[in-house]
Design a protein around this ligand. Sequence first.
Ligand SMILES: [Zn+2]
Ligand SMILES: [Zn+2]
Length: 261
Amino acid sequence: MANPNVNEQGYIYGKFQTGPKTWTIMSRTSPQFVYLLIGDEKAALIDTFYGYGDLRQLVETITDKPVMVINTHGHYDHTGGNSFWPEAYMSEYATKEAKRAFGEELQKIAESHAYPDYECKVLNDGDVIELGNHTLEIIKIGAHSPGSIAILDKTERILYTGDELEAGQVLLGKAAVATHLETMLKLKAREDEFDYINSAHNGTHLTKDYLYDFIELDQRFIAGTATKLESAAGFGWADGSAGFGGGGDRYNYGRAHFVVH
Ligand SMILES: [Zn+2]
Ligand SMILES: [Zn+2]
């Protein structure tokens, strides 16, 4: 049988090891990353892309441990491949939107998988997940989506931030900037526990400086002194894009960018 993860352009997904017990998987369809964290007893997969190819088959080329799927939030670019597994863990809010496909084609793809009606299980702030000599903690955040969680890998000292902190642009509603500041401060309070940040889009293995720059950018926006750029265009984002409510203005401080709608 043909490999479901190969098309006319070659491999759909790339995989590379980025820590003693951590693999990064990237997609050719968008500048996006998911992460596989391996413990002695089980593995955790952080996010699952859109559902193209057969992500489970790819994951099983890396580990034969049982896989616990965790979603950083409920947007479909992070949950579409959940349906390769019987259950997925996420925030309560995310359970309400995780199965909402971005269009009919993706809905059909999900229905062709083994578990289109997979069970959504809830993670709460402070939950600890033990993979076997590899420990994770859930930290509730959420401004890009009220359903976001960060995942702190206490063993490998990495913070996973989903779409709440990333190197291209965080997409935010205007009213959510104050919440974004709160969540960045909540993560900063834990900064002695991680060495770098893995986000879901537009670059990975980010320095902590991003966190400091986002705090400054949020504070300046709230004070009305943030620098607005002429164009909202950025890596992975077009000026005037219809995505995330459409339009939007780009603001920048240092390494931090957000597009506010
Ligand atoms: Zn998102
Ligand atoms: Zn996303």
